[in-house]
Write a protein that binds this ligand. Sequence first.
Ligand code: NDP
Ligand code: 8X3
Length: 253
Amino acid sequence: MKRKIALITGATSGIGAGCARRFAQGGYDVIVTARRNELLQALKTELEDAGVRVLTLCFDVRDREATRQAIETLPADWQAVDVLVNNAGLARGLEPEYEGSFDDWDEMIDTNIKGLLNVTRFVVPGMVQRNSGHIINIGSVAGDAAYAGGNVYCATKSAVKAITDGLRIDVAHTRIRVTNLKPGLVETNFSNIRFHGDDARADKVYEGIQPLTGNDIADVAFFAASAPEHVQIAEVLVLATHQANGTVVHREA
Ligand code: NDP
Ligand code: 8X3
C-alpha cells in the first residue's frame, strides 16, 4: 500500500516539530518546511535514522513565489500530499493596539494569514484533483476572543478560523477534510519570539501552570487525520487543564 504523505509547515520547532515526529511515527512520509535549513536537516537525519522518508523544503511562507516554486517542483513521488498541517506562524508583541509596532503587525499578518493562504493555494488544488486530502490549520484560542494586548495576533487567528471555515465550504463536494485546531498555552518558542528574545518574560507566561507541549497538539492533529474517512473533525479547542479560555488561567503560587 502507498504510504501517506504529510506536509508540515514550521517544522523546525514546537508544534510543527511535534507534528513531524507524530506523523512520521504514525507511518507517514513527511515533507518538513521552515526557514532554518540546519534545523530541517537535523530533523531529517533524526527521522531518517528511524526509517522514515523525509523531504525538506526551505522557504519563507510569506514569499509567494518561493512557496509556489517549492511546492510545484516537488518530485513526482512526493506530490500527492495527503495531509497538510498549516502550522508556521507567530505572535509579535503584546502592546496595546494604539502603541503596536507596524513591523510586528505586518509580520503576523503576512505569516499567519497570507503565508497560510499561500501554502493552501498551492497544495490544495492537487487534493481537489485527487478528491482526497486533509488540511489541518493551526488556529488558536486567541482566535475565539481578543485578550489584552493580543489585538492583531488574535485577529490573525480569527482570520484562520474564517479561512478554514471558508475552505471547508469550498471543498464540501469533495472527500477533503478541513480542521481548525486551536491550542491554548503551549510551551514552545512562541513566547520567546513574541517578546523578541526576552526569555525571562517568555518563561513567565508558563509560570504556575502545566502548559501543553507541542507533542500534545501533534497527538490531536494525528487523531483528526486518523479518524474514519467519513468523520471530519471541523474544529477543536485544546487547553491545559488549568486554562479555561484565552483570559482565565489558574496558576499555582
Ligand atoms: P515556535 O516558534 O516554536 O514555532 C514556529 C514555527 O513556525 C517554526 O518552525 C518557524 O520556523 C516557523 N515559521 C515562522 N515564521 C515562518 C515563516 N515566515 N516561514 C516559514 N516558517 C515560519 O511556535 P509554536 O510551535 O508555538 O507555533 C506554531 C503555530 O502554533 C503558530 O501558528 C502559532 O500561532 C500557533 N499556536 C501556538 C500556541 C502556543 O501557545 N505556543 C497556541 C496556539 C497556537 P523557522 O523560524 O525555521 O522558519
Ligand atoms: C497562542 C495562545 O493564548 O498565547 O495562540 O495567544 S495565546
